[in-house]
Design a protein around this ligand. Structure first.
Ligand code: NDP
Length: 450
């Protein structure tokens, strides 16, 4: 067994019930092992062993009452993984599938993503196994208040600054911020994704989706291509998917698919501004299902199958695939069909949306592939800009934030190319992992053993 295999085995044994965490650690180790091994300083300081162990994990009970007065108990978490380059930063996820292993994977991924943004942010993630779906606004408020009544002890503008993720949008951030302010009697930038009249940054809601498409533009540009008239499939219909679709449309691409956890819709004519506004209305205002899209516009709706399976089964041709729903949604079988049908670019709006063998297929076939830690870093980058504006007590304009976001996505692309370029292929996975790793590893080294 090689030293690398031994290390991976050590991580597997220590975290045997956390498959997503192991999957994500393995990918990083595969990319950075040679760089790590070539440095005696890194090895002597056991940087990798320290990096795969969270600095702190907080687990707590969240008790709350529904509208009928019944009491419910959920489990809340915050994984404070690495603070070498700044306060912990990463979203909160409210979804029934949330567990410690899932949050450890997301927090670990966040360390490298935040490092790539060039901003001073460490890696963290949190959430609860609470399902906001089907709950009234008052129930969501009670849950958020109960969640924050414990979390407030562990966070702060210079300690840990959470944001949104699946199931946590502007409404939930508002309720949590209100509770934090009440308990602490402080108006500080303790959360990002806030409303723009109370400290939120313009462009933060759009940032992950827009940033994803800016990253794709950079990849295409280097490959001598562009988005004009390209057929694009997007999974999900939440925050990331909506704004990815909007930016693809701005840049002349044609978005033909969206989804949610129930169904996939195919609109061969492509989305336009009115259609996208309707999607936003269905998902953000009504909090309804994507299948309602087909009640208003001519579209095929397939229930119980995700975008990638529908593409394979119906043999749909797409040029660009943007998975923006959840982890491991795109497997090798469906990736093979995408490649066969001429897809030349895949970029991850979601975190780790491809299985490991799906990623391997893309790399083997030299398909442009932007991994999440690079391609979807625009959201956290703009959260970082929100923190800066909060500290300055000053707001930049929409245009100023958008320009900074574009610049950051370009810089992330440049770092990936620097560390991931081969003769005829840019391996963005390797590039992103090495660039993200080096900054954090050097910071840890300089701060000594702690
Ligand atoms: P939202 O909750 O706004 O939207 C999530 C979308 O994905 C919804 O359409 C949801 O369907 C669908 N979805 C969620 N879970 C599943 C599942 N298990 N199977 C199928 N569909 C699913 O979340 P976001 O758009 O914010 O996040 C999407 C992804 O992007 C996540 O991986 C997140 O970690 C990542 N991300 C988000 C960032 C952000 O700024 N928001 C930043 C960087 C990454 P339904 O409506 O039925 O639940």
């Amino acid at each position: 067994m090689t030293e690398k295999e031994k290390f991976i085995k050590f991580v597997e044994e220590k975290n045997s019930t956390q498959p997503e965490f192991i999957q994500c650690v393995r990918e990083i180790i595969e990319s950075v092992w040679d760089v790590y091994n070539s440095s005696d300083k890194f090895k002597k300081a056991r940087i990798l062993e320290r990096m795969v162990e969270p600095e702190r994990i907080i687990i707590f009970r969240v008790s709350w009452q529904d509208d009928a007065g019944d009491v419910h108990v959920n489990r809340g978490y915050r994984v404070q993984f690495n603070s070498a380059i700044g306060p912990y930063k990463g979203g909160l996820r409210f979804h029934p599938s949330v567990n410690l292993g899932l949050l450890k994977f997301l927090a670990f991924e966040q360390i490298f993503k935040n490092s790539l943004t060039t901003l001073p942010m460490g890696g963290g993630k949190g959430g609860a196994d609470f399902d906001p779906k089907g709950k009234s606004d008052n129930e969501v408020m009670r849950f958020c208040h109960a969640f924050m009544s414990e979390l407030y002890r562990h966070i702060g503008p210079d300690t840990d600054v959470p944001a949104g993720d699946i199931g946590v949008g502007a409404r939930e951030i508002g309720y949590m911020f209100g509770k934090y302010k009440k308990i602490k009697n402080e108006f500080t930038g303790v959360l990002t994704g806030k409303g723009t009249t109370w400290g939120g940054s313009l462009i933060r809601p759009e940032a992950t989706g827009y940033g994803l498409v800016y990253f794709v533009e950079n990849m295409l540009d280097l490959a001598g291509k562009n988005l004009k008239d390209k057929i694009v499939a997007i999974s999900g219909s939440g925050n990331v998917a909506q704004y990815a679709a909007e930016k693809v449309m701005h840049l002349g691409g044609k978005v033909i698919m969206l989804s949610d956890s129930d169904s996939t819709i195919i609109d061969e004519k492509g989305l336009d501004t009115d259609k996208l506004e309707h999607v936003k209305y269905i998902k953000n205002v009504e909090r309804g299902r994507i299948k309602e899209y087909a009640d208003k516009y001519p579209a095929v709706c397939v229930t119980g199958k995700n975008v990638w399976r529908v593409i394979r089964e119906k043999n749909i041709k797409v040029d660009i695939a943007l998975p923006c729903a959840t982890q491991n949604e795109l497997n090798a079988e469906n990736t093979e069909a995408l490649i066969k049908n001429g897809c030349f670019c895949v970029a991850a709006g979601a975190n780790m949306p491809l299985t490991s063998d799906a990623v391997a297929l893309l790399r083997k076939n030299k398909i442009l592939y932007g991994p999440g830690k690079a391609a979807n870093a625009g959201g956290v980058a703009t959260s970082g800009l929100e923190m800066t504006q909060n500290s300055m007590r000053f707001n930049w304009t929409r245009e100023e934030v958008d320009a900074k976001l574009k610049e950051i996505m370009k810089s992330i692309h440049t770092q990936c190319v620097k560390y991931g370029s081969d003769e005829d292929y840019v391996d963005y996975v390797k590039g992103a992992n090495i660039a993200g790793f080096l900054k954090v590893a050097n910071a840890m080294l300089e701060q000594g053993v702690c």
